[in-house]
Write a protein that binds this ligand. Structure first.
Ligand code: ZN
Length: 316
């Protein structure tokens, strides 16, 4: 009879061990022998840090190293369900968000100059953007259950609106160096209880998210944080939904391939938008022009917001 095993279910920090390869504490998940209910050995397991470490010593390898040939079937588990990640209490968002009413972050100052206070306030309430030291913005990553995965603290130039490249993670700021971060789609909390008929617009950056939301409430906008953040794992909450994917210039081909895979894997409809590809010049494309750039250019050309909004909704 074939031996069966599964990965140990998470039941608190004591159910995770120090990885023999990378030496990180509480990262090793042990394989459990289903016959005995016990681990095979303290080193027969898989490291949570799949990309950075990649340690995976399977029961079959364990037996073969002992000179025994025993095939062990690993009962499939969905790693995302069992691999532990840390969260931040929702209270943190509540404590830091009200500040945003009195004190504006640089990002908001720039947006208000373009869109006016009303549109920016509505956007701010949707995403619960907080304010941090030196007028930095706090973008909370809240998942589809409303659980706070972390906050990304970013600094913008109040005049140009450009991302200065300075950023910090909230879990580090609040002194949790052991924090296991599992990022989610930014804006995923807006999917909670949202009817399936609403179209989701998926973009890359926080800035794109906010520009589109200030322009229109026609779509629910979510973002991947960065180019590499467009993954099936992060897109899981989009199951059953209609999604328009609007990448920055330069990422179209890569994201088109990914969208084909992700939509199958997740079970949603994904349509690539050529809106930017059709409007950007070759030079702009080379510079990674994005939807925030396009919206800002239209406003600075003096077009009315409602005209820009209509063109966007019709053509995206
Ligand atoms: Zn490791």
């Amino acid at each position: 009879m074939k031996n069966k095993s599964h990965l140990q279910k998470y039941s608190g920090p004591n159910s995770r061990y120090t990885c023999p390869r990378c030496g990180k504490p509480r990262e090793l998940v042990l394989y459990i022998n289903e016959e005995t209910g016990q681990p095979y050995a303290p080193n027969v397991g898989i490291c949570n840090r799949r990309d950075k470490c990649g340690y995976n010593y399977t029961p079959s390898q364990f037996f073969s190293d002992k000179g025994e040939i025993r095939e062990v079937e690993i009962v499939p588990t969905r790693p995302a369900d069992i691999i532990h990640f840390d969260t931040i209490s929702f209270g943190a968002v509540g404590t830091l968000f009200p500040n945003a009413r009195k004190l504006w972050c640089n990002h908001r100052i720039h947006l208000a100059a373009l869109f006016g206070d009303d549109r920016v306030s509505k956007m701010h309430e949707d995403y619960m953007i907080g304010v941090y030291k030196n007028r930095m913005s706090i973008f909370w990553q809240m998942d589809e259950k409303g659980v706070v995965r972390t906050g990304k603290i970013m600094q913008y130039d109040p005049e140009t609106g450009h991302n200065t490249g300075i950023f910090r993670w909230m879990h580090k700021e609040i002194g949790r160096p052991e924090f296991v971060l599992k990022q989610c789609l930014y804006g995923a909390h807006l999917l909670k209880g949202l009817e399936l008929t609403r179209t989701i617009l998926l973009v890359e950056s926080y800035k794109n998210t906010h520009f589109v939301r200030c322009l229109t409430s026609f779509f629910v906008v979510v973002s991947t944080d960065n180019k590499g953040g467009f993954t099936a794992e992060r897109c899981k909450p989009l199951k059953g939904r209609n999604v328009i994917v609007l990448p920055d210039c330069g990422a179209y081909d890569d994201w088109e391939k990914k969208a084909r895979y992700i939509s199958r894997e997740v079970g949603c409809s994904m349509r690539m938008s050529t809106f930017l590809e059709e409007r950007a010049t070759e030079e702009q494309k080379a510079e990674g022009y994005d939807i925030a750039d396009w919206i800002q250019d239209q406003i600075l050309f003096g077009r009315a917001l409602v005209d820009i909004e209509n063109e966007f909704i019709e053509a995206v």
